[in-house]
Write a protein that binds this ligand. Structure first.
Ligand code: UDP
Length: 250
């Protein structure tokens, strides 16, 4: 059974941006890249993709380097330089994810917002759309290619540019909580929130620019726990999980 545009009728989303933090590629509490973690996430992305959803993945670089933090620790390094280093970190992570996905037989393209022609295509919007339509998982590296923002903002910006139906923000906890659930076991998990509630309650979901972009253009955000096997496919097929941020009911 398919919708008029050919996508399977059961799918909630036709096209999504999946935002993975760099830390999701590392062992818990560690830095760097864990082969096991990357393989586990690749398997989940592969399953989600097999459900018929077009997936563009935005990967962060925090497991290697975050610009603001790094320049704060090393006064001789200009903050802009540190942000470019952070972008390079996302390229490294994207390359790992590409090979993990390809080893499972999933066609992928890494598209980078900074020039690294030897290892990735440049990000060209129309070409990215073509890859998605052809059933390739597109891995978006280097954020938006400009310093002083994060890959959360890149996820929101690319969602607008590529006409994604939602940003799926993968985290290590079950969604958005009233407080940090790893510090306060009584923190309350929200089922749904409006963009304004996220901003007013100062909830740490994504950075403020990303929330503002999604609010202005009514792009919903689903915050969910990727650590439970199968949750990425549940997120794209619309099985109620996580916290829904937007204007529509959950
Ligand atoms: N970054 C940037 N411009 C972008 C995206 C990322 O300057 O468009 C830099 C920024 O320094 C950021 C780092 O790359 O801290 C790594 O990305 P991020 O912090 O978003 O990674 P995550 O926290 O998701 O692992």
């Amino acid at each position: 059974m398919t919708d008029p545009d050919g996508s399977p009728a059961s799918l909630r989303f036709r096209r999504v941006i999946l935002k993975l933090s760099g830390e999701s590629l590392a062992d818990s509490g560690q830095r760097g890249i864990s082969g096991e973690e990357v393989a586990g996430i690749a398997k989940q992305i592969m399953q989600a993709h097999a459900s018929g959803c077009q997936i563009a993945v935005v990967i962060g670089g925090g497991n290697i380097l975050r610009g603001a933090q790094f320049s704060g620790m090393h006064a001789m390094i200009h903050e802009a330089t540190a942000h470019y280093m952070g972008m390079m970190a996302t390229v490294i992570n994207s390359m790992a994810m590409q090979d993990a996905l390809e080893s499972l037989g999933c066609n992928t393209r890494v598209m980078s917002a900074i020039e690294v022609d030897t290892v990735a295509e440049p990000f060209i919007r129309r070409r990215a759309l073509r890859h998605l339509e052809k059933g390739r998982v597109v891995i978006l590296a280097a954020g938006i290619g400009r310093p002083f923002v994060t890959t959360d903002t890149a996820a929101a910006q690319r969602a607008l540019e590529l006409g994604a139906d939602a940003v799926l923000k993968a985290t290590r906890v079950d969604g958005v909580f009233s407080e940090d659930p790893e510090k306060n076991p009584h923190a309350v998990l929200y089922d749904s929130l409006t963009y304004n509630e996220v901003i007013e309650k100062n909830l740490r979901v994504m950075d403020a620019t990303a929330i503002a972009l999604c609010r202005e253009h009514q792009v919903p955000i689903l915050v969910f726990n990727f650590k439970h096997d199968g949750n990425i496919v549940r997120a794209v097929t619309g099985e109620g999980l996580g916290t829904w941020i937007g204007t529509r009911p959950h």
